[in-house]
Design a protein around this ligand. Sequence first.
Ligand SMILES: *Cc1c(COP(=O)(O)O)cnc(C)c1O
Length: 341
Amino acid sequence: MEKKQLDWENLGFGYISTDKRYVSNFKNGAWDAGTLTSDANIVLNECACVFQYAQTCFEGLKAYTTMDGHIVIFRPDLNGKRMEESARALEMPIFPVERFVDAVVKTVEANAAYVPPYGSGATLYIRPYMMGTNPVIGVKPANEYQFRIFTTPVGPYFKGGVRPLTLRITNFDRAAPHGTGHVKAGLNYAMSLHASVTAHAEGYDENMFLDPATRTKVEETGGANFVFVTKDNKVVTPKSESILPSITRRSLLYVAKEYLGMEVEEREVLVDELKDFAECGLCGTAAVISPVGKIVNHGEEICFPSGMNEMGTVTKKLYETLTGIQMGRITAPEGWIKVIR
Ligand SMILES: *Cc1c(COP(=O)(O)O)cnc(C)c1O
């Protein structure tokens, strides 16, 4: 297989069309066999449920080239299970996890020439998603759906070195109690855009959303979960029904406990205790962990001792262990790595 001639080190995080995408349609109560296609465009009726009532959910994962030259994906079964949960929450049909993993494998195989080489820092981002496709004007779920997967090569996240982020605590809310915060759905992102644009305009990298009911507890940002490190070296992550269950966060907690021998806690995290943490990071598939240097709470600055120039010691260890597992430098726990070729 001849790799595409792309400037891997200088890729950003933008859409680049690749050769093949996977499509399966749901009609008359069943999914068809699914196929790979070259057509990147979708033609739908103007009244399709996804356009009118946002009936759509998505996933995100990556393919990596390992140190010994294999193409692998990381825990795709967890993405498949989470998409099953999202579909249930939005009254969409289940695309079964076994078929999900098989479709991801086929799509990555078909675009293997776009999987960036080991050491470039770049990866192949994989985007599975599903939407209601038939015309719906009275509010109800669609009865026809399309499941698709496309891939796009993305550049190294920490291009030009690590730069700890500055967050603001926002007055906007992300997800109501008993709402859709735990569902990986575009609807949660549509309403985060205003919060995100205004945060950027004020010079912040991201918003820290609080629990809307009491505004005393930390939830997450628009697209990443928090991990904190206490001064006595415990890894703490917020627990809430309205946080999206990040696969990276679950994997980091396992790594902290089983690989680094640290104590881990999933519990409510109060805004009042932010100033007591030694380190803070944002975790998700895109960056694995981005260090947070500072959080601004309505004018009051909370500066973490790890500072604004580098990753904290523990954050760095977590980052290096998990990326080491993904890149095949460190032995992975059973079932975490799916080898594609
Ligand atoms: C996808 C997502 C994350 C990160 O999840 P990963 O599985 O680690 O990529 C965190 N928060 C939100 C709101 C998300 O949509």
